[in-house]
Design a protein around this ligand. Structure first.
Ligand SMILES: Cc1cc2nc3c(=O)[nH]c(=O)nc-3n(C[C@H](O)[C@H](O)[C@H](O)COP(=O)(O)OP(=O)(O)OC[C@H]3O[C@@H](n4cnc5c(N)ncnc54)[C@H](O)[C@@H]3O)c2cc1C
Length: 297
């Protein structure tokens, strides 16, 4: 039996064919995934990964697609979206969230249970899996600050990592580009007065609304080349507002690229290359992408 036939007979999740990835990424650009599915069970996730490996078909596990630039040529393999794995519950004193739980849902769960910790992540359109892989952070606080343990699927088995084994760094963890798939994360939060939680969330949201552009983006395109800030370098280079086709550097924040409806991934890619080149020419600083390329560029 070939890979396609196995997919056709697969009953644990619905397999879609030639799916435009612009529908599944926050940039809203890019070509088609040859195969696409959204899983809602570990069994489906594991089985699809094993099948793809057996047939040597490329696969990519994604969360909410908020840090991805998918090539206009698409992805010639299987995209597995985890957003159906969206349970969050108490595990003794700790909170366990499955990989596909959105940060907003985790925040609501915390608020309802008077738990504080990740308010600064309000407004990040990520899943728990994607946020753990990237060690998402905002306003000096990272998701890893509250992680107790992370569970993955590795070679068909569940593997547990305690926080000190996760190798969390700035926008990085041991799970980034690894062969493991995160299935859940368990958190330690502290009790707090709900009014204080709400007011913290509101002030972080307000800051985002004031300083970050609306519209389709991937958040920050570049990592900050510490001690500098990528957005400030791009601003000083006079690149704010620069446009390539349907993609432009935001006027509100230099480290954001926003896309119009007619934008292509190639527009975004060329703009990224141009910004990198200019910043290096002017300041001798090399910028590295925070956004991840999927497919061929
Ligand atoms: C408007 C906006 C604001 C943003 N603000 C911030 C911010 O303040 N701070 C910040 O850090 N980021 C920010 N981001 C970027 C982005 O939200 C984060 O990088 C986030 O962690 C990505 O999560 P995701 O679920 O969308 O992952 P995806 O983009 O789907 O995937 C990102 C990476 O994680 C991998 N991955 C996803 N799920 C799993 C899994 N279960 N197992 C293994 N690998 C997996 C993917 O393969 C990929 O390599 C912002 C983005 C947007 C659009």
């Amino acid at each position: 039996m070939g890979f396609k036939t196995e997919l056709e007979n697969f009953t644990l999740s619905k397999i879609l064919y030639d799916v435009p990835m612009k529908k599944h990424t926050s940039f809203g650009v890019g070509g088609k995934a040859k195969y696409f599915t959204k899983v809602d069970s570990l069994c489906a996730l594991n089985s699809l990964i094993q099948t793809a490996k057996r047939y040597k078909v490329k696969y990519k596990v994604i969360g909410n697609g908020s840090n991805l630039l998918v090539s206009d040529m698409g992805f010639n393999g299987l995209v597995i979206c985890t957003k159906g794995l969206d349970d969050v519950y108490f595990k003794r004193e700790q909170v366990r969230a499955m990989a596909g739980v959105k940060i907003e849902k985790l925040l609501s769960f915390c608020l309802k249970n008077r738990l504080s910790g990740i308010e600064s992540l309000a407004g990040i359109p990520a899943t728990v899996g994607g946020a753990v892989v990237m060690n998402a952070s905002a306003f000096g606080r990272s998701i890893s600050d509250h992680i107790a343990e992370v569970e993955t699927l590795k070679d068909g088995k569940i593997k547990k990592y305690y926080k000190n084994e996760c190798k969390f760094e700035y926008r990085k963890s041991r799970f980034y580009h690894s062969k493991e798939t995160i299935v859940s994360a368990t958190f330690n939060f502290r009790e707090e007065d709900p009014q204080r939680i709400i007011s913290a969330i509101n002030s972080y949201r307000e800051h985002r609304n004031n300083f970050h552009p609306q519209g389709r983006s991937c958040g920050s395109v570049f990592k900050n080349p510490k001690p500098e800030r990528a957005g400030e370098l791009i601003d000083r280079a006079g690149l704010k507002g620069l446009r390539f086709g349907g993609a432009r550097v935001s006027l509100k924040h230099g480290n954001f690229i926003v896309t119009d409806k007619n934008a292509s991934a190639t527009d975004v890619y060329h703009l990224i290359l141009h910004v990198k080149e200019k910043v290096e020419q002017l300041f001798g600083v090399q910028l590295f992408e925070e956004v991840e390329y999927v497919g061929e560029f």
